[in-house]
Design a protein around this ligand. Structure first.
Ligand code: HDE
Length: 707
């Protein structure tokens, strides 16, 4: 349909409605060919006799097989594995003082969006929970055209100049001789690159932190990474970076858990996203912008154009400007998630680029990759990529052209077509590039401040809580421990001595090389609390998943009252038992089991609850898989609660190092217990508080637990 004829108002649903003309509904319909011819038999090809050869004239067979043969397109060279959803962005307050971007002018204005989350290194079929950076790409379908905010969940990047991107990615992808390992940085070529390009140091600190193993796409931040520019109606520019902050807080898995989930549920993040939308628990994030006045460009210890440097929130306060809500799953994964094409170069009036050399290269790469991935220059016409704003220009033809351009002129200027489509003046919304003065000699070099590779890496380490530091050291042990070249392992230790000597000594110990003779002391570096996930929001259990372990003979009240309290607080719970079907309480009521121990694992829950009931707990205590379930949840630092006889299961398992109730409700290191089931309401409250903490890192003996 001609968009000019459609109503021009763009609201939160307009992209979803725009896609309607392309949706196909099979319900109650007859089978047809691609030509619309009704098909009356699709089980046998047309043959010359019952046992004879298939005939070429069987157009239905030919069409069906041919289409199948051509179903695959190249996967993305990076960010191949992902999941996406529709939603809207709502502006909180007018940003007209800073930008003329139309979607940021009016409080309450809603703009439809499509978001794709991804991992970077793995192939399209790889596991969601691999240690990796996550992509967080948002397409805003604004009235001024599409704006793509193509960010990551880590605020900086490995390299400073896009020219090194192919080298970086060749080193991280599976090695070329054997295509091993899948979706993992833990191999020789990657760390060989790291030690050869020390600008990677800061990013490695983030990538080996818990940021790289998020609990959920719904619980991670998003960063523009690159420096952009806001430009207002008067033409004044400011340097900016964007941050998405999830309302549920920023939370991670633990490494052992993320590895196990890779096998137990490789679709863990994708499933989590779609389940949340199905349950009406729409993922929400607030958009913040950090702004730097042009006159302050050089007032920082770091160069604000250097993508390996973060803009600490403590130095450049983020301003909250709006909210993103994801409220609709795609109807068809290929048509929407696979074919969506993001490009950081898709900007609208009011948003412009900086000279960040990584960004400059990105502006070229994305369109280039879409040309091969989506098969030609008309990928902007694929429904998910079509802007809601009308498109008029003299671009013509090419593979898969949909638009039927009318008229004789496909050139400008012209007289035969009244010079249309004509350039639009700035006042009427025509995009005018920011008039930045640029001069210089043609050189292959970078600004001096770019050459400080270590200061922010030190600040990052110094800003971590003790458990976060321990997790980083363990991540180094895993990653560098997988490197076969002893020389590269030694170089890693020597390089990270520039971050912190204690860190380097700890790495050396785990990977069998010499500790460094000298090194930096990160405790003298700046401390930025915003770098640490420890300081994130921990006031909600909304959408957290709780496993309730019960068998026949469970205590009905103890189970149901806690289950209800969890649900009231917004958490979800599932009953796990030996077999699917119904289990019976000691007072006769029946309740349906959601999962058994074969079909799930503790890794798929945020917390565990064991209600009492003598017979139920006696059965649980005898089962190795149940003991393993509890041990594993404890090892992964999850909240665990048990009431009355349920406490016996905790005693039977291998978990230790916390106090258990002798009467009153006891909550210690995330283990909440009570012998007194008349207190169930307060007990549930303590359990909910323990779940909201997300993980209880202060459990001393968890390494000794056999799970
Ligand atoms: Fe990308 N990146 N990238 N990237 N990137 C791609 O484009 C590239 C970088 C990011 O869900 C590719 O369509 C270069 C930083 C996301 O579809 C490709 C450089 C950040 C996605 C490409 C970078 C990103 C991509 C592959 C300079 C965070 C997935 C497929 C070193 C701000 C988007 C595609 C989606 C995808 C190039 C670095 C984010 C090859 C040259 C920094 C979220 O064009």
């Amino acid at each position: 349909m001609n968009k000019d004829k459609k109503k021009q108002k763009i609201d939160e649903k307009s992209k979803v409605e725009d896609l309607e003309e392309f949706r196909e509904y099979p319900e109650g319909k007859g089978l047809t060919t691609d030509q619309g011819v009704k098909v009356n038999h699709t089980d046998d090809s047309l043959k010359a006799g019952k046992r004879g050869p298939t005939l070429m004239e069987d157009f239905h067979f030919r069409e069906k097989i041919t289409h199948f043969d051509h179903e695959r397109i190249p996967e993305r060279i990076v960010h191949a594995r992902g999941a996406g959803a529709h939603g809207y962005f709502e502006c909180y307050e007018s940003m007209s003082e800073y930008t003329m971007a139309k979607f940021l002018q009016e409080p309450g204005k809603k703009t439809p969006v499509f978001v794709r989350f991804s991992t970077v290194a793995g192939f399209r079929g790889s596991a969601d929970t691999a240690r990796d950076v996550r992509g967080f790409a948002t397409k805003f379908y604004t009235e001024d055209g599409n704006y793509d905010l193509v960010g990551n969940n880590i605020p900086i990047f490995f390299i400073q100049d896009a020219i090194k991107f192919p080298d970086l990615i060749h080193s991280v992808k599976p090695e070329p001789d054997n295509e091993i390992p899948q979706a993992s940085t833990a191999h020789d070529t990657f760390y060989d690159f790291v030690v050869s390009a020390p600008e990677t140091t800061h990013m490695i600190m983030w990538a080996l932190s818990d940021r790289a193993i998020p609990r959920s796409y719904r619980m991670m931040e998003g960063f523009s990474v690159n420096t952009f520019r806001f430009v207002n109606m008067e033409g004044k520019g400011r340097f900016i970076k964007f941050i998405w902050k999830p309302l549920l807080g920023v939370h991670s898995l633990v490494w052992d858990e993320s590895m196990k989930l890779g096998g137990e549920d490789p679709d863990y993040h994708r499933r989590d996203l779609y389940e949340a939308i199905d349950n009406g628990d729409y993922p929400e994030y607030e958009l913040y912008v950090q702004m730097v006045e042009e006159e302050d460009e050089h007032n920082f210890d770091f160069d604000i154009l250097d993508p390996t440097k973060h803009w600490p929130e403590e130095l450049i306060t983020p301003k909250k400007i709006g909210k993103l809500v994801l409220n609709r799953k795609p109807d068809n994964f290929f048509a929407e998630v696979e074919q969506v094409a993001f490009c950081p170069g898709n900007v609208v009036p009011g948003i412009d680029f900086s000279n960040d050399p990584l960004l400059q290269g990105r502006l070229f790469s994305y369109i280039d990759t879409q040309l091969i991935r989506l098969g030609g220059p008309n990928f902007h016409e694929i429904p998910i990529n079509r802007p809601l704003a009308p498109v008029h220009n003299n671009q013509r033809d090419g593979y898969h052209r949909h638009t039927i351009n009318t008229g004789k002129t496909s050139y400008f200027p012209n007289t035969l077509g009244d010079n249309c489509p004509k350039p639009v003046p700035r006042e009427d919304g025509g995009y005018v590039h920011y008039m930045e003065k640029v001069e210089g000699k043609k050189i292959r070099d970078r600004s001096d401040k770019f050459k400080d590779f270590y200061s922010q890496a030190r600040s990052f380490y110094n800003s971590m809580s003790e458990p976060e530091k321990q997790h980083i050291i363990s991540a180094f042990h895993f990653e560098v421990g997988k490197v076969e070249s002893k020389e590269v392992r030694q170089k890693m230790v020597d390089q990270f001595a520039n971050v912190d000597k204690g860190l380097a000594v700890a790495i050396a110990k785990g990977v069998g090389v010499s500790p460094p003779p000298n090194g930096a002391d990160s405790s003298t570096a700046d401390n930025f609390p915003s770098f640490s996930m420890e300081n994130t929001v921990k006031d909600t259990v909304k959408t957290r998943k709780v496993a309730i372990l019960a068998e026949n003979g469970f205590n009905y009240d103890e189970l149901v009252k806690v289950k209800d309290a969890l649900e009231d607080a917004g958490a979800n719970s599932e009953i796990i038992s030996m077999y699917l079907g119904m289990i019976k309480a000691d007072t006769g009521q029946e309740i349906e089991v959601d999962k058994n121990y074969i079909s799930t694992a503790s890794t798929q829950f945020d917390a565990v609850y064991v209600p009492g009931g003598k017979e139920s707990v006696e059965t649980l205590k005898k089962r190795g898989d149940v003991i393993h379930f509890v041990n594993e949840a404890f090892k992964h630092c999850k909240a665990i609660a048990a009431v009355s006889e349920g406490m016996d299961l905790l005693i039977e398992s291998d978990i230790t190092g916390f106090s258990i109730s002798k009467g009153e409700i006891t909550s210690d290191k995330g283990v909440v217990t009570t012998v007194d089931n008349t207190q169930i309401k307060n007990f549930a409250k303590s359990f909910i508080e323990a779940i909201a903490v997300h993980r209880h890192w202060n459990r001393g003996t968890k390494e000794e637990i056999p799970a």
